[in-house]
Design a binder for this molecule. Structure first.
Ligand code: ADP
Length: 551
């Protein structure tokens, strides 16, 4: 019951505004109207223009009949239209569905059908696969094509009735973006990779997007002088909410169509990039690309890494090249980053190797998340903070998804007992920092002992000739499972280093039972976000075992 002295203190328009990242663009357009908001090749838009173009998009969507709460999908690489969609679509009251550009037709069709998309905005390079996907649908969405001059393939590939610029021209750039009436209103649906079964649609709300963007801007120290290079796909967790965080800070978004070492180094030099985000494999690519002196940026570039565990050797190599690394951990279900390995007094004084080892921990809850901890999988109680006892990493707070679209059982399971269950196995250190040892399904059980695949990878990455490494369980008649390492070596080492050399390298640094028994030297299969596809490697390891033993 409200106490008498709080009488008449209900929220009203003066003191309560539903939280939404749409406010960031409105403010940036007021405070920095002429500042470069978006740079892409020859194209440049100021914040005034980004605001106008986003408003025109909202208006055009409304004209073609998109109603509040309906879904608008986009399938495009990191081009300016992707950013506009992050404002124009929710600004029409609609829900944004970014689709992974590496998906095949069947999955694209599944997503469009599952979210009942009214409109699909599509980059023409993906015309052929999108045509196949639309052919699988009974009621395909309206197709709007982005005709980017940097796209590969012929312009007629998409063959759609509307091109993006004409579509925008139908809209009113003066129409204000529609702020949500309720901050719990959905802003985006992001589909998980669905390596087992169909993808699940993670539903996010305006409030969480606002708060996660605030956390991102804080932990990344973004400001109006920031120049952010888009090396992380915007379709992945809305670019870890940086699509909104950079605008919040009034910084510049530098779009990049393809994530290649040359293009990244060139953009850093040309645009004075201050910040970028990169999965560990992208950092490995930067380290091993042959760039002579250009591998070292002239000013320090802040990098948030995450999406997979960054080996400490990779962190150290990046830091030695002048990049300043922040390690974050998260999931699509948590709007991207939810924990980070926060700086502590004394860290800077540590030798590089020890510092990198510390930085490879997943850390503590970010400022907008309520809690992150590790629970015993049997009792559901917190594990002791001893850096050794394994449990499940769980998080809770305002930057956790609403749930999965149209999937109440999966939602209940993921959010059971008041926590988001990550499925990642971790330990809690005495200082309260968590460290992931494996995904639950990646842990190797050999002779009844748990072996962390990440621990073996950590040692492999310390080898100077190793570019990438992934370790998976290989079935074994005697031990149940044994570690099988898949490794990509530097070209110049191929003639000199063998799988046996790498096994010896591991045996010298690890308990013998943890050292891989098999090593395959080859390029590793990856997802669109640069994650190594361990499920593919597990299958290869299984097939090799069958071929070798005939069982
Ligand atoms: P997917 O499940 O499709 O890979 P996500 O991007 O949501 O999609 O992946 C989240 C998972 O990625 C986490 O559960 C975790 O296993 C892994 N991950 C993300 N960041 C890190 C990190 N910093 N360290 C270790 N693992 C990470």
């Amino acid at each position: 019951m409200t106490s008498t002295f709080e009488h008449g203190l209900a929220p009203n328009e003066a003191n309560h505004v539903p939280l939404s990242p749409l406010s960031f663009l409105k403010r940036a357009a007021q405070v920095y109207p002429e500042r470069d908001a978006v740079v892409y090749g020859e194209r440049r838009y100021s914040y005034r223009q980004l605001h106008q173009r986003s408003r025109a998009l909202a208006s055009a969507l409304e004209h073609v009949g998109v109603r509040p709460g309906e879904r608008v999908a986009i399938l495009a690489p990191n081009v300016p239209e992707m950013l506009e969609a992050h404002y124009g679509v929710p600004g029409a009251g609609a829900v944004l569905v970014c689709i992974n550009i590496r998906l095949e037709a069947r999955s694209i069709a599944f997503i469009l059908r599952h979210c009942a998309a009214k409109v699909l905005i599509c980059d023409r390079e993906f015309g052929p696969v999108v045509r196949q996907a639309l052919a699988l649908l009974d009621s395909p969405p309206l197709l709007v094509g982005i005709d980017d001059s940097q796209a590969e393939g012929p312009a007629h590939d998409l063959d759609c009735s509307l091109d993006y610029e004409s579509f925008l021209a139908q809209g009113d750039p003066g129409r204000p973006l529609t702020a949500p009436q309720n901050e719990w209103q959905s802003i985006a649906i992001n589909y998980t990779s669905g390596t087992t079964g169909d993808p699940k649609g993670v539903v996010l709300h305006h409030r969480g997007a606002y708060l996660n963007a605030c956390a991102g801007a804080l932990i990344f120290q973004l400001g109006p002088r920031s120049v952010y290079l888009w090396t992380l796909p915007m379709f992945h967790c809305n670019g870890w909410s940086h699509t909104w965080a950079v605008t919040l800070s009034g910084g510049t978004h530098v779009c990049l169509r393809k994530v290649q070492a040359d293009a990244i180094h060139a953009a850093i030099a040309e645009h004075g990039v201050t910040h970028l985000s990169a999965a560990p494999v992208v950092m490995s690519m930067l380290i091993h690309a042959e760039h002579g002196n250009s591998a070292t940026p002239s000013t320090s570039v802040s990098v948030i890494t995450g999406g997979a565990a960054p080996p400490s050797a990779v962190i150290a190599a990046m830091e030695a090249r002048g990049f300043s690394i922040t390690h974050a951990y998260g999931m699509t279900e948590s709007y991207g980053p939810s924990t980070l390995c926060l700086w502590q007094p004394g860290i800077d004084e540590l030798p590089l190797e020890a510092r990198a080892r510390f930085m490879s921990r997943q850390g503590v809850a970010h400022p907008m998340l309520e809690e992150a901890t590790v629970l015993d999988m049997d009792t559901g109680r917190p594990v002791p903070a001893d850096g050794a006892t394994l449990g499940e990493l769980v998080v809770r707070g305002n930057t956790v998804m609403k749930g999965y679209l149209d999937n109440p059982q999966a939602t209940r399971d993921a959010l059971a007992d008041g926590w988001l269950h990550t499925g990642d196995l971790a330990v809690l250190h005495p200082d309260g920092y968590v460290e992931i040892k494996d995904r639950a399904k990646d842990i190797i059980i050999s002779g009844g002992e748990n072996i962390s695949s990440l621990e073996i990878e950590e040692v492999l990455y310390q080898h100077p000739s190793v570019i990438e490494a992934a370790v998976v369980a290989r079935p074994d008649a005697r031990w149940g499972e044994t570690p099988h390492a898949f490794v990509t070596l530097r070209e110049d080492a191929l003639a000199d280093i063998s799988g046996d050399d790498l096994i010896r390298w591991c045996r010298e640094r690890l308990a013998h039972f943890k050292a891989p028994r098999h090593v395959s030297l080859m390029p590793l299969p990856k997802t669109a976000t640069g994650k190594i596809q361990k499920f593919v490697l597990r299958e290869w390891a299984r097939q090799q075992e069958t071929a070798d033993t005939g069982s």
